[in-house]
Design a protein around this ligand. Structure first.
Ligand code: GLC
Length: 534
């Protein structure tokens, strides 16, 4: 008799990303908070997700909205207190929901006590906790490294006569991960939260942690054209994805392994063949190096079919796949592909092999919001204006109902509400059997506990044109689904001669129970999940 493989919660489950400033305000200041999240846990349970990942909630001057951490062991008063956090964890766990925090190890805030001390003098005990270099001979920055948010990556400190490095804002100095004291201090931060019952971390820009030991100039990018993203003028050869980063991640991973079933998710924007190296050798890397291919890919069936296969083949033995469709740094899926295709995209995300991450609001079809110039918050948009790089549009308040503040807040929210919130909101959609929310909930319900959809194998099917098709089959073969997706706006037929079954979910939510087989009819923008006959 063969033993059944045991799968962990982060393999079977679905992750839901909460951008805490925009989820639920409980104290009427226009910004979301932890007690607000607690109020909405029953909704998340009802929706059918398994884990929440909360973007940073630590004390922060909010120059980069929490990705500039001033104290790794506290909670920003805007969001609540440590007691609120403990209550959130307890309430989530009581509902069977896991809690994943954001860990921002590459840089701290310039207001962190460590950086203040580092900056105080050249012989400060913490000088080497950050990356300080002498000016170049002409007095300029030590090399040509550029900030991801525009401008040079080096800022001169008058008082001590040296430059410090920051991959992002000057208010986000990079920590020196080659310094064992930094490593030890940061690993203790992880333990602090893991002891409190946190189930895992999403690690911010993990591929950035180590920079070239010799601070060599980055090569110029031959494909760069003036007017495009300034950061891309040089190739980040010496500033990211350095070989030694894997040693640091392995140390991090050992801390996770001190506890039971905690998940290490890494934020990594790299080409596939580089991305998969972040699984590490023999389980020494991230459990889930975030796979952003669906965020970055053109919405084209042939292209996506190819990238899924490429990903499946590139995974190392034991490497568990994962898929992301949206997050707080990218335009919303409903804006990228349109409202009709956003349904097809949801079906894709929730039926591919691997752990899906859902971005808050995408489940109801929220779209990017146009931000009037006077309400722009994101430093990226302020530094590099007018290129569509700003991230405010995808960070607007969650649309809970049709009341004045959309059920998000009784005050003016920190970012404007979408103009469509009276129609696109949880309350309106929850009672509408054909809504985007109903579709997501149906898909999540079908997936939950299904040996084919949660952990089964993936078999691509031949398809043409706009159609993307595959089979998900349980390990023991007892259950299988055919997923047929029309990524275009004209009708198609999928030739699936040997396959037949019953529609379990359709994107339009109007073909459930229909028998299909052989030539499968797909209407424009339609996707079907078909339970195949045994
Ligand atoms: C990551 C975060 C992004 C942040 C940046 C700097 O990419 O997702 O929001 O601005 O890191 O911390």
């Amino acid at each position: 008799m063969s033993r059944k493989r045991h799968y962990l919660w982060w393999q079977r489950g679905v992750v839901y990303q909460i951008y805490p400033r925009s989820f639920q305000d409980s104290n009427g200041d226009g910004v979301g908070d932890l007690p607000g999240i607690v109020q909405r846990l029953d909704y998340l349970r009802w929706l059918g997700v398994d884990a929440i990942w909360i973007s940073p909630i630590y004390p922060s001057p909010m120059k980069d909205f929490g990705y500039d951490v001033a104290d790794y062991r506290g909670i920003h008063p805007l969001f609540g207190s440590l007691d609120d956090f403990d209550r959130l964890t307890a309430e989530a766990h009581a509902r069977g929901l896991k809690v994943i925090l954001d860990f921002v190890p590459n840089h701290s805030s310039d207001q962190h006590a460590w950086f203040r001390e580092s900056r105080a003098s050249r012989d400060s005990a913490k000088r080497d906790w950050y990356l300080w270099r002498d000016p170049a001979r002409n007095g300029g920055p030590p090399n040509n490294w550029l900030s991801n948010f525009g401008g040079p990556a080096w800022t001169f400190d008058e008082a001590t006569g040296q430059y410090y490095y920051h991959a992002f804002l000057p208010e986000q100095p990079d920590l020196n991960w080659r310094n064992p004291e930094v490593v030890a201090a940061m690993l203790d931060v992880l333990r602090f939260w893991l002891e409190r019952g946190v189930d895992g971390f999403r690690v911010d820009v993990i591929w950035h942690l180590i920079k070239d030991a010799h601070f060599r100039d980055n090569p110029e990018n031959p494909e760069w054209t003036p007017g495009s993203h300034p950061f891309q003028a040089v190739l980040p050869v010496y500033t990211a994805d350095r070989p030694e980063v894997h040693e640091v991640i392995a140390e991090m991973r050992r801390v996770f392994d001190e506890y039971e079933e905690r998940v290490l998710i890494g934020e990594i924007y790299l080409p596939l063949e580089r991305l998969v190296t972040y699984y590490g050798q023999n389980g020494s890397g991230a459990h889930l190096p975030f796979n952003f291919q669906l965020v970055l890919a053109p919405w084209d069936a042939r292209h996506i079919a190819a990238l899924i296969e490429e990903y499946e083949h590139a995974l190392p033995p034991g490497g568990w796949p994962n898929w992301v469709l949206g997050n707080h740094d990218n335009h919303r899926i409903a804006t990228r592909v349109g409202t009709a295709q956003a349904r097809v995209a949801a079906m894709l995300l929730l039926t591919l092999r691997g752990t899906p991450t859902l971005y808050y609001g995408d489940e109801i079809g929220m779209r990017d919001v146009d931000i009037p110039p006077e309400r722009i918050q994101d430093p990226f948009e302020k530094n590099v204006p007018g290129k569509g790089l700003g991230r405010d549009p995808e960070r607007t308040p969650m649309q809970w109902d049709g009341s004045a503040g959309a059920g998000f807040s009784t005050a003016e929210p920190w970012l404007p509400l979408s103009v469509d919130y009276r129609a696109v909101n949880v309350e309106a959609e929850r009672d509408d059997p054909s809504s985007m929310l109903s579709l997501n909930r149906r898909l999540l319900a079908l997936r939950r506990g299904s040996p084919a959809l949660e952990v089964g194998g993936f078999e691509p099917l031949e398809a043409e044109g706009d159609v993307l098709a595959y089979v998900r089959r349980a390990e023991d073969g007892a259950e299988a689904f055919l997923v047929a997706l029309n990524l275009g706006s004209t009708a198609h037929r999928l030739d699936a001669a040997a396959l037949a079954g019953v529609v379990a979910v359709s994107t339009h939510l109007d073909r459930e129970g229909e028998r299909v087989g052989g030539q499968i009819r797909l209407r424009p923008d339609e996707g079907l999940v078909i339970r195949l006959d045994p």
